[in-house]
Design a protein around this ligand. Structure first.
Ligand code: SF4
Length: 417
């Protein structure tokens, strides 16, 4: 297939595909799907070999968010029966993180619900990062705390953070239909602040919210332009009690095409399968490892993932290997660029291996502190792009696959790692 040969050539050269080529990947037939996966696999192996990076989420503060992100179980007015708790203490967070590291995770992602951190929150997270790094030598830490104010990215970097996650989630054109309490531009600004501070930027998307193929291509092109080191691809977990509870738009085949498109547009960055992996890829998860080079181990922020051991078994069975702490994730040219950005920001190069980051589950980013008035949610059955029907085929409605997290951080039960 000429399209795939072209995309492989471009991916190996880090050349940007045309929008038409990216759209064509999303439009391939089921008969062509294995060829698409194989082509994306060639690009993946060029930059990341057969390594799979494991990341581990610690939800520092769950629920009670005043923001209104339609996809999020922690949003204002959410009826989802998720765990709700305020900030974990540094030693509690460190204990939770240690379980993930023991399971093979090389990065810990510290996530807190809310519009954005206060300076006191940044200080608190700084102490948490310190505790985690003291107790887990060589671990990378990514923070995901919402919109950043001036100076906060630098303070997180000084406290030892390697990376900062803030997802764009969807295209600029449709952002206003997903969230009303902050803007797409706010999100871009925070990713740029993280970059400028010398933190590795992690920013991704959520697929399955009713968006069009054009929206997906738009957001992935924006992520390439932002030069994120890591791109988490979330597949919407349609939580009961949220406005998007009825949006079951994804099939495993659609998820594979989306991942392949992301790999072709962002060939040399960490493509991470994030929230919704088990719910939407289901038995196709091992195939997706041929495209993505990174996953979350165990549970997500507010939902449960498959057993950590099942993740490890899947990686081994599919012929991949867990990336070790001594290995640099990013290809040399990106790792060097990150080290230069750190130096330019006035800090030394990262002590651990080169970093990126991400936060998964349905929480595509994090923000919020002042209460906002309740508003009409996006109609659950309406596609996000007004007037343009979603092009994805309907997926199976499988609420039975969505399990609210009841263990790990914020509970007395052992975490899943
Ligand atoms: S995504 Fe983050 S900011 Fe938005 S509602 Fe959820 S926790 Fe709040």
């Amino acid at each position: 297939m000429d399209l795939l040969n072209t995309l492989v050539d471009k991916g190996l050269r880090r050349e940007l595909p045309t929008r038409e080529e990216a759209l064509a990947v999303l439009a391939t037939s089921d008969d062509e799907l294995l060829d698409v996966v194989a082509a994306a696999g060639k690009v993946r192996r060029q930059w990341f070999g057969r390594r799979v990076k494991l990341n581990y989420l610690v939800n520092l503060k769950s629920g009670l968010c005043p923001e209104d992100c339609s996809y999020c179980s922690q949003r204002l007015g959410s009826k989802a029966e998720i765990l709700k708790y305020t900030w974990l203490k540094p030693d509690e967070a460190s204990q939770a993180a240690a379980a993930g590291v023991a399971g093979g995770a090389k990065r810990v992602c510290l996530v807190a619900s809310g519009r954005g951190p206060t300076d006191r929150d940044v200080e608190r997270v700084g102490k948490t990062i310190e505790a985690i790094k003291e107790q887990n030598e060589g671990v990378e830490v990514c923070a995901c705390l919402g919109l950043l104010s001036d100076g906060q990215a630098e303070r997180l970097k000084d406290a030892g953070a390697d990376a900062y996650n803030h997802n764009l989630n969807t295209s600029e054109a449709t952002y206003g239909q997903i969230t009303k309490t902050h803007t797409y531009a706010d999100r871009v600004d925070t990713v740029q602040k993280a970059h400028a501070a010398g933190l590795s930027a992690c920013s991704g998307l959520i697929a399955g919210m009713g968006e069009s193929d054009e929206d997906l291509v738009d957001v992935v092109y924006s992520l390439r332009e932002l030069d994120s080191d890591s791109v988490p691809v979330n597949f919407l977990i349609p939580f009961e009690g949220t406005p998007l509870a009825k949006e079951w738009n994804l099939t495993p085949q659609r998820c594979l095409r989306i991942l392949a498109m992301v790999r072709f547009v962002c060939p040399d960055v960490e493509v991470r399968i994030a929230g919704g992996r088990e719910v939407h890829l289901r038995s196709m998860q091992p195939l997706a490892l041929n495209i993505a080079n990174s996953i979350f181990l165990g549970d997500y922020l507010t939902s449960e993932g498959q057993a950590g051991q099942a993740d490890l078994d899947m990686i081994a069975d599919a012929g991949f290997e867990v990336e070790g702490a001594g290995t640099t994730t990013l290809p040399a040219h990106r790792a060097d660029a990150l080290a230069a950005a750190r130096a330019a920001a006035g800090q030394g190069p990262c002590g651990s291996s080169a970093a990126e980051a991400g936060c998964g589950s349905a929480c595509g980013g994090c923000s919020g502190h002042e209460a906002v008035p309740a508003q009409a949610p996006v109609a659950a059955s309406a596609p996000v792009t007004a007037g343009a029907p979603a092009q994805a085929p309907a997926g199976d409605v499988r609420p039975d696959l969505v399990a609210v997290r009841r263990r790990g951080a914020g509970t007395d039960l052992a975490p899943n790692a």
